[in-house]
Write a protein that binds this ligand. Structure first.
Ligand code: NCD
Ligand code: ZN
Length: 347
């Protein structure tokens, strides 16, 4: 049977585009299937000021394929010395849509992140006042907390106290990977949303560790046990307005993943939409893909839904994705779901 699904063009509310040759090599895939994306600021050095965000925005626009209408939505990397006035100016100009909180040491390029939240309070209070959301990498980083528990401990010991300390602060819990995260979002209606990645809907921790270590399934937050994956699937396929797509597509050259100290990140921008169509169809909720990928995030950010559309087609034959894409920064391995995908994006 052939099926066709047309939805408003999706947006990606959490994307790593990198810079230079890697940016040039990966951007076409986001530009093809997505209208807009929230661009992560974890470059080296990170994007911390409005001026740096403007310059990065210009580099992204320059790297876009000719005629593309893809719109990068810029973020600033929150540090303990971020200037509230600079944030306000960058937000009011329309350039910056959110700030990103990385607890120091949590993930790739997070060394400049926040260690002492007291020092970030002035900027967080200003963000609450002017309505700029904080996108949160929700993991504690202390060595005594098991890596599989880091999200749940963060919610209890950092996120919830922070939200109480800064009332009105709008928060996006990014790449939620646990039932604890899903339950926290569901229990709090006000000022809270969450992104969920494509790969966390498909893999659990066995995919990384059983039968040999699989570096291309290693990302942060690390995939958890199956019961958590099922909670994520339920949250997104239900159409609940608090959950929206953030692929967290995070390209690294293949040799830096297949390494004694492999980098964290899955590259999914090239096949996310076919994968999501498969997931939603498998759960009998294809009609809710549009909410997760095209509507809920726009509503949270107060932006219009894209007027362009994207059509997904399910055919008889499995779609063939490349194992790798070639970039000027080296080959990047494409996320492999481990099963056939019969959906494709209409050319
Ligand atoms: C991201 C990266 O490589 O920048 N990696 C990842 O595993 N998701 C950083 C992040 O979002 O944690
Ligand atoms: Zn990320």
């Amino acid at each position: 049977m052939t099926s066709i699904l047309t939805i408003p063009k999706p947006d990606d509310w959490h994307l790593h585009l990198r810079d230079g040759a890697m940016l040039e090599g990966v951007i076409e895939y986001s530009a093809k299937d997505f209208g807009r994306a929230i661009i992560m600021p974890n470059l080296v050095p990170p994007i911390v000021t409005g001026d740096q965000a403007k310059a990065y925005n210009d580099r992204i626009l320059a790297a876009l394929p000719k005629g593309s209408s893809f719109e990068p939505l810029m973020t600033l990397y929150l540090t303990e010395t971020t200037n509230p006035d600079d944030v306000e100016q960058a937000a009011k100009s329309g350039l910056v849509k959110a700030l990103k909180l990385y607890p120091a040491g949590a993930t790739t390029n997070s060394e400049s992140g926040v260690r002492n939240f007291d020092n970030a309070l002035p900027v967080l209070e200003r963000m609450a006042k002017i309505g700029v959301p904080l996108c949160v990498h929700g993991e504690v980083t202390t060595a005594d907390v098991d890596i599989f528990d880091r999200e749940a401990v963060f919610i209890e010991t950092v996120l919830d106290p922070l939200r109480k300390r800064v009332p009105g602060l709008r928060v996006v819990m990014e790449h939620v990977t646990t039932k604890d995260g899903v339950d926290y979002v569901k229990a709090h209606d006000k000022d809270l949303g969450a992104t969920i990645t494509t790969h966390h809907l498909i893999i659990n921790r066995n995919h990384i560790l059983v039968g040999g270590i699989k570096p291309h399934y290693y990302c942060l937050p690390v995939a958890k046990r199956e019961s958590h994956r099922l909670a994520l699937r339920d949250a997104v396929t239900s159409g609940d307005a608090r959950f929206f797509l953030g692929t967290d597509s995070a390209p690294h050259p293949t040799d830096l993943k297949e390494n004694a100290c492999g980098c964290a990140g899955c590259f999914t921008s090239i096949n996310t939409m076919p994968l999501l169509a498969h997931v939603f169809e498998e759960d009998g909720k294809l009609e809710n893909l549009e909410k997760f990928a095209s509507q809920n995030g726009s509503t949270f950010y107060g932006l219009p839904i894209n007027s362009e559309t994207l059509t997904l087609i399910k055919g008889h034959e499995a779609m063939k994705f490349p194992n790798e894409i070639q970039t000027g920064a080296g080959p990047v391995t494409v996320f492999d779901p481990g099963f056939d995908i019969n959906w494709r994006v209409e050319a």
